[in-house]
Design a protein around this ligand. Structure first.
Ligand SMILES: Cc1cc2nc3c(=O)[nH]c(=O)nc-3n(C[C@H](O)[C@H](O)[C@H](O)COP(=O)(O)OP(=O)(O)OC[C@H]3O[C@@H](n4cnc5c(N)ncnc54)[C@H](O)[C@@H]3O)c2cc1C
Length: 393
């Protein structure tokens, strides 16, 4: 049972998870399956379906696809923003603290803030709120300039080109290919699909500054609404935790935060490495597996068992470019050629549905994307742990 004292410090039973994203919900499922009490703290109280946000912002998805109430996935939810984390204890913006036998930090990442003049004029796409705002802005725009040809930029360009054909779209990328972190075939496949939709792709382009009316690239002003999709950074150092470059929290092989005993971290916020020492990218797939593994080890800690080293790797990528076209790398297999590009959007839906089932059971399927829902041949039951979460700070 939770206990409070006069200094606004509260001790809760079991495991406390900071962040209700992919890593947080999979950590929650692992802890719950072991019969251990679990509480999720999130600054919004919503689970954002981040891999669907490009579709929502671009217009191929519906606004309902953007996020779902965390209370439909987790019984005990606190809404509040955590500012500081010590071993087994977290502090909120109003100074109150929560303590638990184990804490898992899954606070995700934010758009990076590069030193480009006028970056304040660029719009970001990292949360459901960003996606809904961007959707309205794009609907009112004649042209759109997206900076960054990674997963976010490519998926957004694809969705806008399908749903808003009157909006002219330019995708500006500094390196020589799209999807630089993925095999070259996928970058070429993305370029083929986007150029087939009249998206203007500029590779090797150097952004000089951003203004209220557009982006100056190699001396030329590209007019339009600007979106920054040039990368993400974690904010682990803001919590007072040890971090590497890019703000990602340093971990031991069991996903425990370096130097701490009762605090784990997983997902974008953490620096995950494969067994050969390579830094893993920030991806939903890594977040899901790391979240579940951190949940299992938190349970072992509570039971006094030995923690297990976690073997993580990036198994692949599945990107949906809208219009029933996409790209995928599944292990050694690349799906990027015309004809095969019909398969990745179906894989994307299947992975999304599996994630909902694993974290919220069959009732969570009602939060499937609008396109996936149209494929489910039965009426989904309505059920929730309650309508509102406790607002903590
Ligand atoms: C537009 C877009 C498209 C993408 N597409 C793909 C894709 O197709 N495939 C893929 O593998 N990856 C994709 N990614 C990357 C992927 O979505 C992320 O790697 C993934 O969301 C990370 O999950 P997470 O649980 O670590 O963080 P998140 O999903 O971001 O969840 C973090 C949670 O923590 C909460 N939080 C943050 N700070 C605090 C705080 N201080 N206090 C309390 N709560 C807090 C947030 O509200 C949020 O709910 C995409 C990313 C974007 C932005």
């Amino acid at each position: 049972m939770a206990t409070k004292n006069s200094t606004q410090s509260e001790q809760i039973d079991g495991v406390l998870i900071i962040g209700g994203g992919y890593a947080g919900l999979h950590a929650t499922a692992a802890v719950r399956q072991a019969g251990v009490p679990v509480t999720v703290v999130d600054r919004t109280g919503q689970h954002d379906h981040v891999t669907r946000l490009a579709a929502v912002a671009g217009g191929t998805g519906t606004v309902e696809d953007a996020s779902s109430p965390l209370r439909s996935f987790v019984e005990s939810v606190r809404v509040g923003t955590v500012t500081k984390i010590q071993d087994g204890s977290v502090t909120f913006t109003d100074g109150r603290t929560l303590q638990a036998q184990a804490v898992i930090v899954t606070a995700g990442s934010s758009p990076s803030s590069p030193e480009i003049e006028g970056i304040k004029y660029a719009n970001a796409l990292r949360s459901a709120e960003d996606a809904l705002k961007l959707r309205l802005l794009i609907e009112g725009a004649d042209s759109l300039v997206i900076i960054g040809g990674g997963a976010t930029g490519v998926q957004l360009a694809g969705a806008v080109a399908v749903a808003q054909p009157a909006v002219s779209v330019q995708l500006v990328e500094g390196s020589a290919k799209l999807l630089g972190a993925l095999p070259a075939e996928l970058g070429a496949g993305a370029q083929r699909i986007l150029e087939g939709r009249k998206v203007k792709v500029s590779l090797g382009a150097s952004v000089e500054k951003i203004t209220e009316s557009g982006v100056v690239v190699d001396g030329t002003l590209l007019e339009g609404l600007v979106v920054w999709a040039g990368g993400s950074e974690a904010l682990g150092d803001q919590f007072g935790l040890p971090t590497a470059e890019n703000g990602r929290i340093l971990l031991d092989p069991t996903l425990r935060v370096t130097g701490l005993k009762r605090t784990f971290a997983a997902g974008d916020t953490a620096l995950h490495r494969s067994s050969d020492g390579k830094v893993l990218p920030m991806s939903a797939q890594v977040a899901v597996r790391a979240g579940a593994a951190a949940g299992h080890n938190a349970v072992r800690l509570l039971k006094g068992e030995t923690l297990e080293p976690v073997d993580l790797r990036q198994l692949g990528w599945v990107l949906d470019l809208g219009g029933r076209r996409g790209l995928a790398q599944v292990g050694p297999v690349n799906l990027s050629h015309a004809g095969l590009d019909l398969i990745p959007p179906l894989l994307h839906e299947a992975i999304d549905l599996m994630g909902l089932l694993e974290t919220g059971g069959i009732t969570a399927l009602r939060f499937a994307s609008s396109s996936a829902k149209s494929l489910i041949p039965f009426r989904l039951p309505e059920w929730s742990f309650g309508q509102t979460a406790t607002r903590f700070s």
